[in-house]
Design a protein around this ligand. Structure first.
Ligand SMILES: [Zn+2]
Length: 308
């Protein structure tokens, strides 16, 4: 499933995922830099300052062509005012502007709303989340982004192409082989219907993947409650490890078209918002496209299983 090689006495490890060709370098030594200080608290907005807070969201955000917004539980979904894809929506997850921990119900409702907003658009769908400024979020108020692109993103495309090749060559889904392989590894975290696994080749810090038993968005929706419950457990684990910021991306295939592909959701922890604007995304992540991560997936798996 992966290639690994070590170099030097400092346990620097290079890993490459055979399915996609994606690679990373793991350097646990870099943890001792101690850069992840407690997060700078989220400022409380003055009344009227946050367009996603209750009262404002109805006035400040656009509607779909029929004049509606999608409401599921406390979530509200509407078109993105600044889209980068032909179909690009925003789902405000909670009524609260900031909160300590997310509830599975809140995430499940928001995922449903996001899915509904992009379901009819043709193309390559994903549901994504930047949480807190240091992860790339421009607004503090928690929100998902539903995106459907004419062409898959780089990572999405690698998984689609690799999964199709794998099915042709091996005669079965890559997801099946992966779960079989990972279930007995130190990386396995929890889950039966939707297994959660510390990614063997993490492309961000503490990457965890949820492996959905369906290819398309439509097929994956019935598993969103399960996904939301597991995602909350992972976010709680990050929180316990001192990381408050994170990114999430859920990738989906096209209904009846992307053979061999199984939908999945990746989550990575990010450096906390900090007063010095220190970033955890630098030349290796942005220009070499070969992320440097600090946490060994096997250690995250062992720690996570104990914690759960
Ligand atoms: Zn707000």
């Amino acid at each position: 499933m992966i290639e690994r090689s070590r170099s030097g006495a400092r346990a620097i490890e290079y890993r490459r995922e055979r399915l996609t060709g994606l690679a990373c370098t793991i350097s646990p030594t870099r943890l001792s830099r101690g850069l992840n200080h407690p997060p700078v608290p989220t400022p409380v907005p003055a009344p009227g300052d946050c367009p996603f807070c209750p009262g404002q969201v109805e006035r400040e955000t656009p509607t779909f062509p029929d004049g509606s917004r999608i409401r599921r539980g406390e979530s509200v979904t509407f078109p993105n005012l600044y889209p980068f894809a032909p179909c690009h929506t925003v789902t405000v997850i909670t009524r609260a502007h900031a909160l300590d921990r997310f509830e599975p119900r809140q995430l499940a409702d928001a995922l449903q709303g996001a899915a509904e907003s992009i379901a009819a658009a043709p193309g390559y769908a994903s549901i994504n989340w930047n949480y807190l400024h240091s992860s790339g979020a421009s607004l503090d108020h928690p929100h998902l982004q539903g995106v459907v692109m004419d062409r898959p993103s780089f990572v999405h495309g690698r998984h689609l192409a690799g999964s199709s090749r794998y099915l042709t060559r091996a005669g079965r889904l890559y997801r099946e082989a992966l779960i079989e392989h990972e279930r007995s590894s130190d990386r396995f975290l929890f889950g039966d219907e939707v297994p959660f696994v510390a990614s063997a080749v993490p492309i961000g810090e503490r990457e965890v993947r949820a492996l959905l038993p369906a290819g398309s968005l439509e097929g994956a929706v019935p598993y969103f409650e399960c996904l939301a419950t597991g995602l909350c457990r992972v976010l709680d684990l990050y929180r316990d490890l001192g990381s408050h910021a994170f990114n999430v991306a859920c990738f989906f295939g096209r209904e009846g078209r992307d053979r061999g592909f199984s939908a999945f959701c990746s989550v990575i922890s990010r450096i906390n918002p900090n007063r010095d604007s220190i970033s955890d995304s630098a030349f290796m992540e942005r220009l070499h496209l070969q992320p440097i991560v600090m946490t060994l997936p096997e250690e995250l798996g062992r720690y996570g299983r104990d914690a759960f």
